[in-house]
Design a protein around this ligand. Structure first.
Ligand code: BTN
Length: 261
């Protein structure tokens, strides 16, 4: 059970006043956070659940969300200095990567754009969604699902060979409230110290497993094969194909061809 009081007490070091909504089970924390944002919820509103019945992943996929994992969504009202909204997803990925490393000692790497891998298996996914009102951006919801205390038999058969959890990797259970509070505090300090997110890409690059790999990018039904060689300031991935042409990819799915993805 995620305990709201324990979560708040772990957030005491935080400067901001967060509205925090904790649920046992919901359809999707992103859906709830988007609803709250539409009703005027403020920057930093946090929605957390112990399990989700209809957790949503990128590209219309489902995100299996049994108890034991950490599922949360954060409402962000973008700073006018930020020119590219995908940078928020990259920033959240960097922050969670760092907290995983600090709390578990595990080496955790980033697969472009927003997957976190431990031992080449997925341990966390991030879904960023825009909320608009009459074509005007009201804000952004960034949701993360982290396999914290998930056991192997809790993963559906079809993802068991490429998913892992912190508990599987370390043999230890982790406290969900402490974990989440550490992420929120780190996110806040990032947003306070560098609200323009201008430093995100350089940090992201140093932990990105995709760079230097041969990849296939699937974009609107077409496939592009090449070497992923850099990430641009707006967070797009640069891929060089066999003919030496450079392609800029800012959405879709990227699979690593050598090694695991
Ligand atoms: C992905 O890798 O495809 C992204 C997965 C994102 C899952 C999280 S769990 C909390 C939040 N609520 C959702 O419905 N999705 C995100």
């Amino acid at each position: 059970m995620i305990d709201k009081e324990r979560l708040l007490s772990n957030l005491l070091t935080s400067s901001a006043q967060h509205r925090v909504e904790v649920f046992d089970i919901v359809d999707s924390t992103n859906t709830i956070a988007k609803g709250l944002l539409s009703q005027g919820a403020g920057h930093g509103t946090l929605v957390v659940a112990e399990a989700q019945t209809h957790g949503r992943g990128r590209l219309g996929r489902a995100w299996h969300s049994p108890k034991g994992g950490l599922y949360f969504s954060l409402v962000l009202l973008p700073s006018s200095e930020v020119v590219s909204l995908p940078l928020y997803g990259l920033m959240v990925a960097c922050v969670i990567r760092e907290v995983i490393h600090k709390k578990s000692g595990l080496e955790c790497m980033l697969k472009w754009p927003n997957d976190l891998l431990v031992s080449n298996r997925k341990v966390c996914g991030i879904l960023s969604e825009l909320v608009t009102d009459d074509e005007r951006i009201k804000g952004l919801v960034v949701g993360a699902g982290i396999n914290v205390n998930t056991l192997p038999n809790m993963f559906p058969e079809e993802i068991r060979s490429h998913a892992t959890s912190l508990r599987i990797e370390t043999g230890k259970e982790h406290n969900l409230e402490e974990f989440l509070a550490a992420i929120v505090v780190a996110l806040e300090s990032w947003l306070v110290e560098c609200p323009s997110l201008s430093n995100v890409v350089s940090v992201y690059r140093t932990h990105c497993l995709t760079l230097g790999k041969q990849v296939v990018a699937r974009i609107h039904g077409t496939e592009l094969v090449g070497i992923a060689f850099d990430i641009e300031r707006d967070g797009s991935l640069l891929i060089r194909d066999d003919a030496g042409r450079t392609h800029r990819v800012n959405s879709g799915e990227v699979t690593h061809l050598r090694g695991c993805d």
